[in-house]
Write a protein that binds this ligand. Structure first.
Ligand SMILES: Nc1ncnc2c1ncn2[C@@H]1O[C@H](COP(=O)(O)OP(=O)(O)OP(=O)(O)O)[C@@H](O)[C@H]1O
Ligand SMILES: [Mg+2]
Length: 258
């Protein structure tokens, strides 16, 4: 919980925006050798404790953007700042430290380690960050308790339901008390009840831990609970407006942006 005892490589300014993107461009080479300009100048500033939803049609570049924000890939141009610190010039070791200490990621499929229990999966990021086994497991127990899984600590991922696996993944993403949680369709693989539960959990964690979030989603319910909806279109982010997303009268699991 204490952010002042971070190793120096991962130290960032706590007063700045938790996450910022400036002029982000990402180009890929397509099969025939032509250039695909997927992101064409993305600007984003996430305030402390803010939840931003990103919507957009399939293939528009949402996952690409999240990978850049999560320092899993580098932009063609532009920069990402975490806690005010630019990732551009960082060596791989410092990037790994930033990812470990300040960024939590949750994907559509949980990516839990299958030979490790729920407790071990959640403890791992803190162990990697240099904490003792006792400290890492204490924090993991607290987190698993807060996602309602204190009775499943020793279960392997295959011994958990899909919704439970995603809750373990959320707990793991919070292991080091990150500045920002990035989620790529976290409930995309869940039924309506399990996805409602996951969404409630995310917003409760925002209240309790003050974690900022960037959520990529097709789920209207989730998008309209957020503070801001942005649509990725033509390679840039547009304000979508919460009013356009309706007032909660739509059918459950209704999809937007896809
Ligand atoms: N490594 C790569 N090389 C070439 N093209 C890529 C690469 N990665 C992604 N793309 C292309 O970039 C585009 C954006 O992909 P991305 O996965 O970001 O879309 P998305 O918005 O997340 O879509 P979905 O909603 O279906 O998940 C796609 O057309 C994809 O084919
Ligand atoms: Mg995607």
């Amino acid at each position: 919980m204490n952010r002042t005892d971070m190793p120096p490589t991962g130290a960032v300014g706590q007063e700045s925006a938790p996450m910022e993107a400036r002029g982000l461009r990402k180009h890929f080479l397509s099969g025939d050798g032509s250039e695909l300009r997927i992101l064409r100048g993305v600007e984003l500033r996430v305030a402390p404790g803010e939840v931003v939803a990103i919507i957009g049609a399939s293939g528009v570049g949402k996952s690409t953007l999240l990978h850049l924000l999560g320092a899993l890939d580098r932009p063609t141009e532009g920069e990402v700042l975490v806690g005010g610190k630019s990732l551009s010039e960082m060596d791989p070791e410092s990037l790994a430290a930033i990812r470990n200490q300040h960024i939590g990621m949750v994907f559509q499929f949980h990516h839990l380690l299958r030979d490790f229990s729920a407790l071990e999966n959640v403890a791992l990021p803190r162990r990697i960050g240099g904490a003792s086994e006792d400290d890492a497991k204490d924090r993991a127990r607290t987190l698993l308790d807060s996602v309602g899984l204190s009775h499943r600590l020793d279960h392997l991922p295959t011994q958990l339901s899909g919704g439970e696996q995603q809750r373990v993944a959320v707990a793991r993403a919070l292991a080091n008390d990150p500045l920002v949680l990035l989620a790529d369709e976290p409930s995309g693989n869940l039924d309506a009840a399990a996805s409602d539960e996951l969404h409630e959990l995310l917003f409760r964690l925002r209240e309790e831990e003050g974690t900022s979030m960037v959520l990529v989603t097709h789920n209207l319910e989730l998008a309209r609970q957020s503070d801001r909806i942005l649509e990725l279109r033509d390679g840039v982010l547009h304000d979508y407006g919460l009013s356009q997303a309706g007032s909660g009268t739509g059918p459950e699991g209704e999809e937007i942006g896809g």
